[in-house]
Write a protein that binds this ligand. Sequence first.
Ligand SMILES: O=C(O)CCC(=O)C(=O)O
Ligand SMILES: [Fe+2]
Length: 348
Amino acid sequence: MSLPIIDIGPFLKSSDPSVREATAAEIHSACLNYGFFYLNISAYADPSEPEELTTLARSFFSLAQEEKDKISLGSNDKARGYARLKENVTNGKADNHEGIDFYRPVENPDKSKPLWGENLWPTIPAFKEKYEQWIGKMKALGLIVMEAMALGLGMTPDEWQQLRGQVDDSFWVMRIIGYPPLPTDHDGFSCGAHRDYGCLTFLYADPTPNALQVFLPKRAAEIINGTSSITNGLPSEEGGEEGVWITADPIPGCVVCNIGEMWEIWTNGLYRSTLHRVIHRSSNYRIPFFFEPNFDANISPLAAAARIKSAQPSTVPNGETKEYKPVVYGKFLLGKVTNNFAGGSKYD
Ligand SMILES: O=C(O)CCC(=O)C(=O)O
Ligand SMILES: [Fe+2]
């Protein structure tokens, strides 16, 4: 059983509305059922590009600890920069990874304010340039996938323009994660179970198998599996919901794409941000790019999602009628970052 594989090539290259609509429909169905899918981007990016980025990541993470600490986020704005192994905590347990985070640059940076400093780049030659190229590409991909999602939700051109205005200056995050092998006696995970909080994640993953695991609630697991014999579920501290953990192993030419909590709000729960975790048994690097809304975007339920819900009530997960409250993305994000700084949970 595998998550759907969706090729973005035809959507990019064809001006035929039926071709574009077919891709949009595939994305809609993947978001509705799983919140996760593989996006084949081989028509858009050469695999050598992210490969080069992981090589650069390897040169950084193999430096001496004191060298890495020179760009530590702790002495910056608590968000941008390097976090040591086990500095991130999820569900009260240290994550067994180290990483560097970069965010969209801000005007008038001030590192005494959480999130408001400058990005701290390793001094390794070509590091910044190569990552900036990838960021540019992933930002553009974000807008392309958003347009396909708008089409998949049946949004009118005006509605799409309105939504586009909430993501056209994305407050993106580029993360580089270094995973050492998870010791078998480690009390926790390489990255503990969490939901991404933003809009769209594009994960370029190293080939280590069985590392990324996605929790499919019973309903989604039945669709993917074609059976109702679901045996395991979540531990009670994670809600006890019935379902299965499936592995989302990397597929050449594809990024793993998943939707964050902002999509739950936009769709009033029609799309769900799916729980995932990492158990990484070898040593390698992964580079998720988080395409997020604009900092001051006002995120509230979209009329298009309401139309689908009233026309097709059976599509609503568990028939739930919860009304999602609007948030201003930047405020929501600051809440996450400040929480993390105070020693709370990891904020992705
Ligand atoms: O490394 C992975 O496979 C996933 C990382 C992740 O979920 C995250 O950084 O939000
Ligand atoms: Fe994640």
